[in-house]
Design a protein around this ligand. Structure first.
Ligand SMILES: Nc1ncnc2c1ncn2[C@@H]1O[C@H](COP(=O)(O)OP(=O)(O)O)[C@@H](O)[C@H]1O
Ligand SMILES: N[C@@H](CC(=O)OP(=O)(O)O)C(=O)O
Length: 408
């Protein structure tokens, strides 16, 4: 008998009626002879509300206790969904992350899944039960509850699909697939029928919240057939796969963006290599994620390095760098907030020169100042002022032919 994993995000389980709807949808799959695992997120905006409660107590709450708090959101949904199955005449068992055997590394708030001990789930599935699993959470080797980072329920679903050798993993959400850009912000965004794991991974890493980046990583590494589809309709959605078979010629497949970026510039006296290593070692020791790094060295000016981080890490980054000032040997630290990152992604860039030049030209046409740039084989990202993010994304989307009327 084949197994499928269905994941429903917060918007799809926001009310008791929607939870009953999820159960009905899963029952339809089981009636086709499948073993069904359902992964759910916290109801609606519950996780945001829990974060708000914590910040009413403390600005820097202990990360372990944050995991303990945030994991409660998903626990509410799994119990309600198991009750919904019972109400509809079917047997189901709910599982927290640890009950489902999801073991993670010991990194609070952003843990990676290391192993899944599937025996308990396999036994329940063999007994004909629906398995309802809490997304976004696991347990480390010391028995601490961990969470997988915002949006991490997608990763729970794909990791379970890989561990259970499921036939497919379906992510049900409030859009009917992966779009060329976030349809909430980009008016011309259109649904893609297919997208490659690599392009999806870049888009997800660059802010396309429709899928958690590590979910795509898991799917790619384990070749899990993955799709994103609407929880409110039966349309097939978007499939994410190794090699795509349609629209292969597009240079840019999508535009992603991320608000709340800060730039820190640290100036220091020579020898600069030592300072550079000390700055980033200090940040790494405090598990602060750094994104774009721009190092500038000339004979005329003192050396400096600029890097971008998420605004919610800014206070901690400033504090740890200031505490290590003597060790690092820096002379000044400047901070700029209110920034955003806008990126274009597409495998077609590899063999097409001039993509960056065109991007800068389009942004110049929109009067958007580019503060930082970073590239890889299949993406170009720019850091720009937040108030130009939406305008930049729309202009790039149109100019690269992604808006339907302009598809070349
Ligand atoms: N490229 C994209 N394609 C589709 N949706 C996107 C994209 N980028 C961002 N999104 C946003 O992702 C949202 C779905 O993710 P999320 O809000 O986390 O849903 P869920 O609650 O189901 O997990 C959509 O409503 C959409 O605004
Ligand atoms: N509830 C968590 C985990 C999650 O994946 O949520 P969603 O599937 O609604 O994005 C969050 O809000 O981050």
């Amino acid at each position: 008998m084949t197994t499928i994993v269905m994941k429903f995000g917060g918007t799809s389980v926001a009310t008791p009626e929607k939870i009953l709807g999820v159960a009905k949808r899963a029952i339809r799959e089981k009636e086709q002879g499948k073993r069904v695992v359902i992964v759910v997120s916290a109801m609606g905006k519950t996780t945001d509300a829990l974060l708000g409660l914590a910040s009413d107590i403390s600005q820097e709450p202990p990360k372990r206790e944050m995991d303990m708090l945030l994991a409660t959101g998903e626990q509410v949904t799994i119990s309600l969904l198991a009750m919904a199955f019972k109400k509809l005449g079917h047997d189901a068992l709910s599982f927290t992350g640890w009950q489902a055997g999801i073991e993670t590394e010991s990194v609070p708030r952003n843990a990676r899944i290391e192993t899944i001990h599937t025996k308990r789930l396999e036994d329940a599935l063999d007994s004909g039960l629906f398995c309802v699993v809490a997304g976004f959470q696991g347990v480390d080797r010391s028995g601490n509850i961990t969470t997988l980072g915002r949006g991490g329920s997608d990763t729970t679903a794909v990791a379970l699909a890989a561990a259970l050798k499921a036939e497919k993993c379906e992510i049900y959400t409030d859009v009917d697939g992966v779009y060329t850009s976030d349809p909430r912000y980009v008016t011309g965004a259109r649904k893609l029928e297919q997208i490659s794991y690599d392009e999806m991974l870049e888009l997800a890493n660059l802010g396309a919240g429709v899928l958690h980046p590590r979910a795509v990583e898991f799917a790619k590494n384990n070749l899990v057939p993955l799709s994103v589809r609407a929880s409110y309709s039966d349309e097939p959605g978007t499939t994410i796969q190794e090699v795509i078979t349609v629209e292969k010629n597009l240079i840019v497949r999508g535009v992603a963006f991320e608000p709340d970026i800060a730039r820190i510039t640290v100036s220091y006296s020579k020898p600069f290599n030592g300072s550079l290593a000390n700055i980033f070692t200090t940040l790494a020791q405090h598990l602060i994620d750094v994104d774009i790094i721009v190092q500038s060295i000339s004979d005329e000016f003192p050396p400096s390095v600029s890097f971008s981080i998420k605004e919610d890490s800014l206070e901690e980054a400033k504090r740890v760098l200031s505490e290590a000032r003597g060790h690092i040997g820096f002379t000044a630290m400047d901070v700029e907030t209110g920034l955003a990152k806008v990126s274009i992604v597409g495998s077609g860039m590899v063999s097409n020169p001039g993509v960056a030049a065109r991007m800068f030209d389009i942004l110049r046409g929109q009067d958007v100042p580019v503060k930082m740039v970073s590239t890889s084989e299949i993406k170009i990202s720019v850091v720009v002022p937040s108030d130009t993010m939406k305008r930049s994304a729309n202009a790039l989307h149109d100019a690269y032919g992604l808006t339907p009327a302009t598809v070349q």
